[in-house]
Design a protein around this ligand. Structure first.
Ligand code: SF4
Length: 345
C-alpha cells in the first residue's frame, strides 16, 4: 500500500480511488481563459488540474484562478524556486518541481519548509526528455533504471530537509520503459505514483499508448493518480482517462458499452447504431453495462452479463435485459427502445 497524501480536498494513495488529472494548455496569466478551461475539465470529470507556472505573471495569476475553481490546483514549476514560494503563498494545493533542478540546497530547504508548513505535497516529475546528463551517460540513454535513479536523487534532497509529503512520476514517451520504471518504483518505495506516458501524441496514437502504459500498470495494481497526455483539447484526456479506469475495473460509474465487432451473421447496419448509442449515453451517470449486438442468434447470450442491450435481426431487433428477451422492435426504433429501457432502470 502506498503512503497517502492530500492534494487539497482529494486524497491520493493508500488505497484511495485513483484520481484523474489534466493540465491546462492556456496561458496561465490569462485568468479568464484558464478558468474557463478548468471549468470544462471539471464538468468532464477531472479531479486535479495543473497549470504551467513559467514566470512571474503566471505565478501572480495562481491565486485568482484557484479562487474560482472547484478542484485542487497544481503548479508546474521548473528551476525557479521563488515561483514555487509565491504559489505556496497564493494557496496552491500541490507543486510539481524537481528539487535537483532549483540550485543551491538552501533553496530546496526554503521550498520544503514552505510546503511542509502549509501541508502542500510536492510531485517529483522525472521526464525522459530532461534526464540529467550524468545519468544518461551512466545508463547509455533513457532507461527505466535511469528514470528511477533520477527520481530517488530528488527524493533524497527533499528527505534531507525532513520533507516526505511526496508523490513521484517517471514519464517517458516509450511505453515499455515507462512501465518498467513504474514497476521499479513500486518495488522500491511507498510514495504514491502519478502515472503517465509523456508526449503520447494525437488522440489516435495517444489513446493506445496511454491505455497500454497507464492501463497496464493500473491492472497490475500500480498507480494512484494519472494524466492521459494528448495533443488535443485537454478535455479529451478526461474521457480517455475514464475509459481507462473502467477498462481496468477501477471505476464503475457511467456506462460500460459492449458492442460486438459484427460478422457474416450481422443483418443490420450495426456500426452507426453502436455510435448513436455511445453518443446518446455519453452523459449518462447510471452504472450500467449496455450491449449492442449484431445478431439475435448469439447476441443476447454473448451479452448475458449486460444490464440491458439490443440485438439486431433482419429489419428488426430484440431488446433484452440480463440476457432475457423483453420485446421485438423494428430496426429504426431500436435505439429509442433501448433508451426507454435504460430510463426505467
Ligand atoms: S453477436 Fe452475432 S453478429 Fe455480432 S459478432 Fe457475434 S455472432 Fe456476429
Amino acid at each position: 500500500m502506498t503512503k497517502q497524501i492530500k492534494i487539497g480536498s482529494v486524497t491520493v494513495g493508500g488505497g484511495a480511488p485513483v484520481a484523474i488529472q489534466s493540465m491546462c494548455n492556456t496561458n496561465t496569466a490569462d485568468v479568464e481563459a484558464t478558468v474557463e478551461q478548468i471549468h470544462r475539465l471539471e464538468e468532464a470529470g477531472c479531479q486535479i488540474v495543473r497549470v504551467a507556472v513559467p514566470d512571474q505573471a503566471a505565478a501572480a495569476a495562481v491565486g485568482r484562478i484557484r479562487s474560482r475553481i472547484h478542484v485542487p490546483l497544481v503548479a508546474d514549476i521548473h528551476f525557479d524556486y521563488k515561483l514555487a514560494l509565491q504559489c505556496v503563498d497564493s494557496g496552491i494545493d500541490k507543486i510539481r518541481i524537481n528539487p535537483g533542478n532549483i540550485g543551491a540546497e538552501d533553496r530546496v530547504k526554503a521550498v520544503a519548509d514552505a510546503c511542509r508548513k502549509n501541508d502542500i505535497p510536492i510531485r517529483i516529475g522525472v521526464n525522459g526528455g530532461s534526464l540529467e546528463k550524468p545519468l544518461l551517460r551512466k545508463y547509455g540513454g533513457v532507461t527505466a533504471e535511469a528514470l528511477v535513479e533520477s527520481a530517488f536523487g530528488h527524493v533524497a534532497l527533499l528527505n534531507k530537509f525532513d520533507f516526505d509529503d511526496i508523490c513521484i512520476s517517471v514519464k517517458c514517451s516509450s511505453v515499455p520503459v515507462t512501465i518498467r520504471a513504474y514497476q521499479l518504483l513500486h518495488e522500491r518505495c511507498s510514495y504514491p505514483l502519478h502515472l503517465g506516458v509523456t508526449e503520447a501524441g494525437t488522440p489516435k496514437q495517444g489513446v493506445v499508448k496511454s491505455a497500454m502504459g497507464i492501463g497496464g500498470l493500473l491492472c497490475l495494481g500500480i498507480g494512484d493518480t494519472f494524466r492521459v497526455t494528448l495533443t488535443a483539447d485537454p478535455v479529451e484526456e478526461i474521457g480517455v482517462a475514464k475509459d481507462i479506469l473502467k477498462a481496468a475495473g477501477l471505476r464503475r460509474e457511467g456506462v460500460n458499452l459492449i458492442a460486438c465487432p459484427t460478422c457474416g451473421r450481422t443483418k443490420i447496419d450495426l456500426i452507426p447504431i453502436a455510435e448513436e448509442v455511445e453518443r446518446r449515453l455519453a452523459d449518462c451517470r447510471k452504472t450500467l453495462t449496455v450491449a449492442v449486438m449484431g445478431c439475435v442468434v448469439n447476441g443476447p447470450g454473448e451479452a448475458a452479463a449486460a444490464d440491458v442491450g439490443i440485438a439486431g435481426g433482419n429489419g428488426e431487433g430484440l431488446v433484452f435485459r440480463k440476457g432475457e428477451v423483453l420485446r421485438k422492435v423494428p430496426q429504426e426504433k431500436l435505439v429509442d427502445a433501448l433508451m426507454e429501457e435504460i430510463e426505467r432502470l
